[in-house]
Structure formats: C-alpha cells, structure tokens
Design a protein around this ligand. Structure first.
Ligand code: CDP
Length: 253
C-alpha cells in the first residue's frame, strides 16, 4: 500500500533553503499576462501564473438585469469564478459550489473598491473568470487578470487591483505557494491590494500564523505586488503597441 504523505514527513524546503520547484522563499512563480484575447468581450485578459491558466472576460457597464438588482447610485460588479472540469487532477463537477460562490464574492468586493462604480448607476459590470488549469493561487491569479480585463474594457478605476499570496511551509514564511506547498504547508494567506492607495481589498487565511509571521507574509506579498503591478501595465502597453504597429502597417500599404 502507498502511504500518503502527512504535513510532518513531506519536506518542502531543502538543505540549501530552496523549495520543491527551486525557488527561494521570496520568489514568485513565472507570470505572463496577455490582454485583449477575446474578440466578443468588451475587455479580456489571460494569465499564466506558475501552473495556473486563467481566462477573464468583462462585459459592461450594461443595464443590470433583473431590474431589481439595479442600484440607482452605482454599478454592481458581478464576478463569476468558475473552474473548468479539466482544470484539476480529479475531474471538477461542473457548476458553482460553495467555494466558487465564496471566491466570486470576495473578488467582486475587491474590484468594487477600485472601480469608479458611481459613474455608472443602474448597470452591472460582469467579470467571468474561467480557470482552465489550477495549481494553487487561482483566486489571486483571476483577480489580477480581471483588473487588466477591466482596463481593456475601458472601465475607469483608481488603479488596478493586484493579487498575491504568501504562506507557511516547513515553519517558514514564503511567497506564492504552489499546489504541493498548499497541500502540505501549514498556512496560506491570499491577499489583494491597490498599490496606488495601499489599500488591502482582499485578505483571507487558511491555517495558522503567529502575529509576526502574519506581518512577514503581508510584507512579502506587498513587495511582490509592485512587481506584478508592473507586469499588468506592460501587458496593457504591449497590446496598444501592437495595435499601433498594425495601423502603421495598414497606412503604409
Ligand atoms: O486556487 P486558490 O489557492 O485560490 O484556492 P484554494 O481553495 O486554496 O485551492 C487551492 C488549489 O486546490 C487550487 O488552485 C486547485 O489546484 C486545488 N483544487 C482542486 O484540486 N479541486 C478543487 N475542487 C478545488 C481546488
């Protein structure tokens, strides 16, 4: 019989202080963001974050339906987080479950702080987050891509929301847990911030941290957020630069 590992017998940090994928404690997994990947959505983005692959489509602001959901003084943000059946090792049963409902709610609330919703009364802004491949950290990857897709849709915001997570493995606080670290570690702290105002708009915790560890985890994620925020901007710039060069090409033909 194969013995499954337990928290105590799986070592996640080696003698050289490196993690199972070779990262140092304060290193992120590779992140790649692409903007405007869907023609029929008002805005869209695709993100690869380590082993996560997430697609986001934004529609709106458009008249909110059913009418009783309309807010006369502002837009409502409807984020819908969904995991594809093939996104995880064991087939995920299609449709919303408690986890997806919770994640959709916290993402909607985080985005609501950033978007100038009061400019669009009675409307909804619908944000579809489709997780195609999951490897821990999908909510923050989805949220990071959702912000970019909102900009692509031309929706005015204070700043883009950046998601990041830190956790605890082998008793050490580290940045951005992968799936194995998430499974066998002691804690995970997904959070999201608005860099320009330094507001924390999402903070959840799974497991236990001491007060000191919690502060370290927040610090690690905050530092990483500055880097991720630049990636979001670069992805947007890349889209507009390629549109410009396409136009130039057409003009010279
Ligand atoms: O993805 P995130 O870390 O935001 O959320 P989580 O609930 O902490 O889930 C961690 C990971 O567990 C996911 O990214 C998936 O890789 C995995 N998972 C799964 O295999 N099957 C599910 N039904 C839900 C999550």
């Amino acid at each position: 019989m194969i013995e499954l590992g337990t928290q105590s017998d799986i070592k996640l940090i080696n003698e050289e202080g490196l993690r199972n994928d070779g990262r140092k404690f304060n290193e992120l997994r590779p992140i790649r963001i692409e903007v405007g990947v869907l023609n029929r959505a008002d805005g869209s983005a695709y993100i690869e974050w380590g082993g996560n692959k997430v697609l986001v489509a934004v529609y709106g602001p458009r008249e909110a339906f059913p009418k009783h959901t309309q807010n006369p003084s502002r837009a409502i943000i409807n984020a819908r987080y969904n995991m594809a059946a093939f996104s995880v090792d064991e087939r995920k049963r299609p449709g919303p479950d408690r986890r997806a409902i919770e994640i959709s709610k916290v993402i909607s609330e985080a985005l609501e702080v950033a978007v100038f919703t009061e400019q669009f009364p009675r409307t909804s802004i619908d944000v579809y987050i489709e997780v195609l491949q999951a490897d821990a950290g999908t909510r923050i990857a989805g949220l990071t891509a959702a912000s970019v897709a909102l900009v692509d849709a031309g929706i005015p915001m204070k700043d883009m929301v950046v998601g990041c997570a830190a956790g605890k493995i082998d008793g050490k606080v580290v940045l951005d847990l992968n799936k194995e670290e998430d499974n066998f570690g002691q804690a995970d702290l997904p959070m999201a911030i608005i860099p320009r105002t330094d507001e924390i708009v999402l903070l959840q915790m799974d497991g236990n941290f001491s007060r000191e560890e919690l502060e370290q985890a927040v610090e690690l994620s905050k530092k990483a957020a500055t880097y991720i925020s630049n990636l979001q901007r670069e992805a947007l710039m890349a889209k507009y630069k390629s549109q410009e060069s396409e136009k130039e090409g057409e003009r010279s033909e």
